[in-house]
Design a protein around this ligand. Sequence first.
Ligand code: ME8
Length: 519
Amino acid sequence: MTSPDKPPFYITTAITYPNGVPHIGHAYEYIATDAMARFKRLDGYDVMFLTGTDEHGMKIAQAAEKEGITPKELVDRNAEIYKAAHAALGISYDRFIRTTDADHYAASQAIWKKMEARGDIYLSKYEGWYSVRDEAYYTEDETVLKDDGVRYSLGTDTEVTWTAEESYFFRLSAYQDKLLALYEEQPEFGAPQYRFNEVISFVKQGLQDLSISRTTFDWGVPVPGNDKHVMYVWVDALTNYLTGVGYPDAGSEAFRKFWPADVHIIGKDISRFHAIFWPAFLMSAGLELPKRVMIHGFLTNNGVKMSKSLGNVVAPKDFVEQYGLDQVRFFFLREVPFGADGSYNHEAIVGRMNADLANNFGNLAQRSLSMVAKNCEGKVPVPGEFSAEDSALLAQAGGLLEVARAAFEKQEFSRALEAIWAVLGDTNAYFAEQAPWVLRKTDVERMNTVLYVTLEVVRIVAILAQPVMPTSAAKLLEVLGQPEGEARQFAAIATPIVAGTELPAPAPIFPRYEEPAES
Ligand code: ME8
């Protein structure tokens, strides 16, 4: 059901190949997308958040063969593992799409027929260096023969083999000028700029037609009218973004409301698929284009690429168990400017947990709330007249929504969090300087004012922290006497906390990380 009175916002993650197990890189993408979706919901939008699994293609077929099971058995089993990872990470998706879902076959065949009707699909023969890992063909000069006698793709360092087959082609070459015009007219179509520039220069070098069907295996969506062929997995994979909102029923309520997507969140290794192939397919099919493709960087474990052979692949679930879910979500979004590559290690996570969360935020909340519990009968105190410092701090906190909005609009999560935490820093300094525990003996009215101002900042920060740390922020809003619903929406930021509000007993929200005792 869609809400007619709210503006729509449609956001997607890449859909993951379910041939292995989810790692922190996947988790990072889910968390960022989830924070964005939650932000928009709290800001009054009707959000559609799509994620899922990309279940066709040779890579999946080969993984199944290795295990001696059918591809469908493999993806049925593994889709559940990915769903469990989403649950462990608190991902608030609206639909988990699987490309083996029946409606997705219909959508993929429908877009194929549209592209065919446009005259953009023709049958020919393909020869080239094929990488199963990347599900992509490379030209000779995009590959290198290494000392082990095996040929690898230069860009992705995956093994390639010479493959020749009859194939349908998509006239990608006909879209070069149209794509360049799109990038020109919509400079925010791809972001961040430095990653989008790579895409633009690739297109400027000239585009070749794209092989879009396979005959060497049958694990895919059948090509309409020619059962010998299945679609190249990227044709059906990209189409998931349409299926998720009701395509091919272009007249459906969901499609009319949510298409085109507001933003596709993807990693840097798949930017060409999203910023070149995808808009070209959509133009060919006569469909509107997504507004933005946001390309994030790769995470490395202390600077080292995650790989099974190195044994440094961390399961998101283990991470969450060690540090706590909200702590992990905060760490990645605060630590790594979205778009850039990032590295994580134990010390960095513990640093953020203890400095930003336990000290800056948790202590401030706990100290002000316990003073209110002890000295103000557990009610939000009535403030006296505001001093210049009080008003300045309240204005700073009140202005955070605009700052956060501007940053989230561009998926600059770390910038939003940095600004929020700067206000927390100022509030800590204010609290120390005003010393309400001294005022308690000298000037109770002033103590009340200082506590009121502090609670008000904590309330605003807790509301704004919800997209990133939903559970902790909810607990904090609970002890601030802010019930679920309207009081926690961004619109409520403008309405100050009400003096006299009864507050439940305060409870610490952000524990310090203590190293487990050596056994
Ligand atoms: O590419 N750090 O699936 P996938 C950050 N099925 N992000 C990472 C990462 C890392 N170390 N490793 C992977 C696919 N990712 C296709 C997508 S969409 C129509 C089809 C990101 O399972 C990666 O960039 O290999 C991608 O956005 C997502 O995880 C899924 O990767």
